[in-house]
Design a protein around this ligand. Structure first.
Ligand code: UDP
Length: 247
């Protein structure tokens, strides 16, 4: 699989169609696999958080979720073909699952939200099997009980909505004992599907401005989002030093 290295973090150069085909392959194989939805905040976090960096390195699939990654990859001379976001992919996985009989489990988000998201997905994709929903918490004291619930439900696909990096670290730590073929961190996706959060309008997403919409809706994010200008600066510096190195 082709991938792009962005500030030391691997991002897989996959399209949405390829992602769905890989998910089918992971489920056919049966062993547990981890999928991360990478954005510039992930990349900047990985610069200082060695454990998170390892999680991203060991993921079976690192999706190019953030628009900033496409910008960076183009600038660094190895463009990514498509932006593949968690929020867009989850409903497509649900559609695929309804067609193939895959079993889904929705873990995380505020109490009641995973249930609402499940109801929306089952309305949109009749026949979809959702074998469990649970808000739970990423707190380690709850971990054994949550893993036991999921193992008992035996899903093919587990979506975990605890926000990054917690959800991805949680999946990585429990992947082997979960034994679920596809485990994916999905951030705020259940909130969008359930309608408790509003996603940016299509024109903003297409313009790569989803971050601006989130900042406007959730201004408390400003401190975390300082990662974006830092990311841009680091990418520009990396490109500039490559150029100098070539001359
Ligand atoms: N969340 C949760 N438990 C926690 C922290 C967060 O269930 O202890 C949920 C939260 O309700 C939301 C999601 O995790 O549904 C995080 O969404 P966010 O948009 O913050 O994702 P991020 O941008 O961090 O990936």
């Amino acid at each position: 699989m082709d991938s792009v290295n962005i500030l030391g973090v691997r991002v897989d150069n996959v399209t949405t169609a390829e992602t769905l085909a890989l998910i089918e392959r992971f489920i056919a194989k049966g062993q547990p696999h981890q999928i991360a939805t990478v954005n510039p905040e992930f990349v900047m976090r990985a610069q200082q958080d060695g454990a998170f960096h390892v999680v991203l390195e060991e993921c079976d699939l690192s999706l190019p979720d953030g628009a900033g990654l496409l910008w960076a990859a183009r600038l660094l001379g190895h463009p990514l073909r498509e932006r593949v976001t968690g929020s867009d992919t989850v409903p497509l996985i649900a559609r695929l699952s309804a067609a193939r009989g895959y079993r889904l489990y929705l873990l995380g988000a505020a109490p009641g939200v995973a249930e609402q998201a499940a109801a929306v997905l089952q309305r949109d994709y009749p026949g979809l099997q959702i074998v469990g929903t649970y808000a739970g918490s990423p707190d380690p004291t709850e971990e054994d009980e949550i893993v036991a619930r999921i193992v008992a439900a035996s899903p093919d696909v587990l979506f975990v909505a605890y926000g990054a990096p917690r959800q991805d670290v949680w999946i990585h730590r429990n992947l082997a004992r979960l034994g679920v073929p596809v485990c994916m961190g999905v951030g705020g996706t259940f909130d969008f599907i359930a309608g408790v959060a509003v996603r940016a309008p299509l024109w903003m997403r297409r313009a790569g401005l989803e971050w601006l919409h989130r900042l406007w809706r959730e201004p408390w994010r400003w401190r975390r989002m300082l990662a974006l200008p830092r990311f841009a600066w680091r990418v520009l510096r990396q490109r500039f030093s490559f150029r100098r190195g070539r001359n």
